[in-house]
Write a protein that binds this ligand. Sequence first.
Ligand code: ME8
Length: 531
Amino acid sequence: MSQTQPYYITTPIYYVNDQPHIGHVYSTTVADIVARYRRLCGQDVFFLTGVDEHAAKVVDAAAQRGLSAQQWADRNAEIFEQTFIRFGMSNNDFIRTSQDRHKTRVQQYVQALMQSGDVYQGEYEGWYDAGQEEYVPDNKAKEYDYKSPINGKPLVKRAEKNYFFRLSKYQHALLSQLEENPQAVQPDARRNEVVARIREGLNDVPISRTGAGGWGIAFPGDEQHAIYVWIDALFNYLTTVDADDRRRYWPADVHLIAKDILWFHAVIWPAVLMALHQRPGYEWVRPAHQVYAHSFWISEGQKMSKSLGNFVDLAKLDHYVATFGLDALRFFLASSGPLGVNDSDFAEARFIDVYNSELANGLGNCASRVSNMTGRYFDGKLPAAIVHVPESEPYANAATGCVARYRQAMDKLQLDKAAAAAMELVRAVDSYIEKTQPFKMIKDPAKKPDVATILYQCAECIRIASVLLWPIMPAKMEQLWDRLGCSSYTAALANRGRGDLDAWTQWGRLQPDTPIQSGDPLFPRYQPPKA
Ligand code: ME8
């Protein structure tokens, strides 16, 4: 990976009919962690999130409140944007589909598609899932018992005169693209689902709609129609970087999404891009390198639903942040979230368990032990590792192995494995201390040089672990860097700056004599209040 290589990661743009919940915060946090990791590696990163405004359900939700769609969209878009700021997201831009910069471009793209011959006018009748703003193929509708697989509401039979995109024409191109590049849709099981469904055959898809009451982007040359909200929305990934100083980011490296919107991203979107690519001036437009579809959070063992009232909503998330700190929430999301093909349970007991065992008793305690002993035995200055302590061998090498495993995992978006690799280093420090017992050794003055070596090596392991954990817990790791005399890392990474993971994870970078501060516990142990 070249350091200056651009890296572009996106999240879905979220519907503004309602406020953000755990699902939205999760996808954006995952993308944020990956973006920070890439910046830590020195890459030129563009990280995009935003909101999807032109859905019919935005019109409905606004009407229920006696507001215009734009007023309601403005209100919720602001809440999304502020929420992401509050949750520490480092996105480079926040796209709103009602912005002119987006609308103008989308009309240009649709115009280009019209000229391609891949768009025609026709009539469509089918089963419509209003919540998802999506037609469900007949065989699927039957399989789902004519109910939405997402929200359980009945599908409605709907007929529309529409403009259609010739998706059917791209069946072969899509299949061969997926064959040649299995990374294009991840995880593997999701790609297999997509491939199986493409093999069943592709229907052309509507790209316009009528009757949205003027809410949406006008279809070029036909004011009776609006551009179908999903086509409008998918284009956000392109409109945001379609400017001279940003075009280098295309094609996107990863479109991070969840399984609910895989078909649009893994099939319709690349086909639209392939069609656009053939138009003059759009040769640079190609499908993204990867679509990564994670699974869903459920809540306390049950699917989240409005009727059960068990959404992990903003109020609940704020409660977790107030009680445990934002970085603890981020660590839980990264280490326990549904990145693979299984859903994950957001359960309080599980959260507390991870917090206490990994952060309070693990990382926090380990850092305190090392800084406290340095304080007590060496006047708070990091001693030099002069003598050889036979037990030390495995630990210095543990760092090399952990860094390699961490990087491999991060490159595959396996945040749980990456976190585990960094935490392995913390556990190595704990077991090194258990084995050598420096707090006993120090009673024998002849052993002080051995204690010096042990503490130096422990501090080095913690420093390297802290570099690896920064993308997940930036604020806490920066606090730790202050204590370890590594504030220069903080300065380099400030304002979406770049780091140097290779250099910063080299063994032996800590300078002897550096003042090491103890400070308050990074992660105070959590005692549940007595009932
Ligand atoms: O689908 N667990 O917007 P949306 C994990 N506007 N992630 C979840 C989740 C859960 N329980 N629920 C939602 C849309 N998400 C369209 C997208 S993109 C061009 C247009 C996350 O507000 C997950 O990322 O319904 C999912 O794909 C997204 O929110 C859907 O957000």
